[in-house]
Ligand binder design. Sequence first.
Ligand code: DGL
Length: 275
Amino acid sequence: MIGIFDSGFGGLTVMKEYLKKYPDFDYVYLGDQANMPYGSRSTELVNKLVVQNVDFLTKQGCKLIIVACNTASADALRHVQSIYKGKLVILGVLIPAAEEALRSTRLGQIGVIGTRGTIQSGAYERELKKYESDLYKPKDKRALNKVKIIEKACPLLVPLVEEGMIKTTVTRMMLKTYLRPLKHAHVDTLILGCTHYPLLQKEIERMMGRQVVVISSAKAAADAIEDYFKRHPDLEKSLSKKGKRIYYTTDCPERFGDLGSRFLGERIKGEKVEI
Ligand code: DGL
């Protein structure tokens, strides 16, 4: 069983990508709706919540756990990985997105957007710098020697997406404001460092222009698992494959069902659990 969790519904964009690539595996999804949003919480609290979520999913029999939330992947992932070291595989969404950005950038100018928590943690910058020397191969004579990272916190995008305000004037205005510094900095690659942003991907691509490669951390995470399974075939073999899907939420199953269906692109029902 693969466990995927997030602060609420957003992680279903990650689950969607996994289901596209690996529809046969059994999945259990946990949305910690009672404690959302993680994006504006302290590191200490996110660490605590992430450990709780992982504990719950291990009790459901998960052998592989995906931290779908970018905010939780930013700092808490390392914390929980150290607790479960050697006992459980826990992966996040941030490293795959950073790696893909380094492979794709032509000029070495990478933009990152995310929640306040993700951007303030500096985690994307840390991972981009860590893998820079291995993965960044300048593809243009105007390219920088070292990558330059321009980050922007976009705290209002999560509530706008949750309100279903995708193609509205107010969302376009906010996107224009948030994306302006990235456009001015001439980023050629932009990481969508939040579970909710894939729902805005078309709008963001249109605003950034065709020359900018937009990378969804949800898709990058699902794509990266293929390589992980190649390196760890025993893990892949140990995962059950009956196409089972279970959805749990820590609050209000009706809202989880309504919003979750929109994020996943198919009708789902969540069961409320105490964790
Ligand atoms: N899931 C969060 C993320 O990807 C966004 C929602 C929240 O702040 O809880 O950062």
